[in-house]
Design a protein around this ligand. Structure first.
Ligand code: SF4
Length: 272
């Protein structure tokens, strides 16, 4: 186990307004170098600097707790662990979640890309969180490679098998977060609905890229930087799927599955 020296950066940021969870304080267990097992084409962090599925301690738990103290009494709805990459990569994730809950008495949410859910220790750590939002942008290996661009050794079947194990074990609020870049055809929509019917998450969060992608990694991109004034760096902007497409598909999914489907396009303010 190695510990990257991440002493100079602040591991706590925000609060930001999250369309998923309300007023949210962000905790970054990764640090100043973006690190992920995906390299999503739309990633708001920019091109991922360290692409890996190897776990290690990136930020000591004591450093996170120390940074959190400055935000007491934590006037937020939730503390969300996300930040500069994939939060299940840190080996101390379970310790981070339980220490934050002990210190703040606030609900803790984790946003994950699901690539490590076959790992029992990862699932046990996530089971300590009140809410877990799992990214599922693809219904096939082909779509996964195009959109999420995983590191070698991670394929769609592997991700789905981990997700099914986690669904059985997790008793908190499970959300499936799906980013749609171009309008899906009938076949893709039908397959997605079939998958959701078999998984039965507590809610589905549909989205389309509302925030531009920095050309290079920016630590500031962890928070809400939707307006140009907030980001003095070069970005790529994506075409978005129309609000009608998202809202029609949301209605169709919920009619077919009885699962609550939420999306941010009906909200007026910038979202994370
Ligand atoms: S999983 Fe999240 S952090 Fe990782 S590349 Fe995709 S959007 Fe970025």
């Amino acid at each position: 186990m190695s510990t990257t020296p991440n002493i100079d950066f602040n591991s706590v940021y925000g609060p930001v307004k999250s369309w998923r969870y309300g007023r949210s304080l962000g905790v970054d267990p990764i640090g100043a170098r973006s690190t992920c097992s995906f390299n999503c084409v739309y990633c708001q962090l920019g091109e991922i600097e360290l692409k890996t599925s190897d776990r290690q301690v990136f930020v000591p738990t004591t450093k996170i707790l120390q940074d959190l103290q400055a935000f007491a009494p934590w006037d937020v709805d939730v503390i969300t662990i996300s930040g500069s990459g994939e939060p299940t990569l840190p080996l101390n994730l379970g310790e981070i979640i339980s220490s934050i809950k002990q210190l703040t008495h606030k609900p803790v949410a984790v946003l994950t890309n699901a690539t490590l859910l076959n790992n029992l220790e990862v699932r046990q750590a996530l089971c300590l969180a009140d809410k877990v939002s799992v990214k599922l942008d693809a219904i096939s290996q082909q779509q996964l490679k195009l959109i999420d661009r995983p590191v070698e050794g991670i394929n769609w079947e592997y991700i789905w098998s981990g997700l099914k194990k986690f669904r059985v074990e997790y008793t908190g609020g499970l959300g499936i977060q799906t980013m749609i870049l171009t309008p899906w055809n009938r076949e893709t929509k039908t397959e997605y609905i079939r998958l959701m019917r078999s998984l039965l998450p507590d809610e589905i969060q549909l989205n389309t890229p509302t925030r531009p992608k920095p050309l290079k990694y920016q630590l500031e991109a962890r928070g809400n930087h939707s307006s140009a004034a907030d980001r003095p760096y070069k970005v790529l902007t994506f075409r978005q799927v129309s609000p009608d497409f998202i809202s029609d598909f949301a209605t169709e999914i919920s009619a077919a599955t009885n699962i609550l489907v939420r999306h941010p396009l009906s909200h007026e303010s910038p979202v994370s």
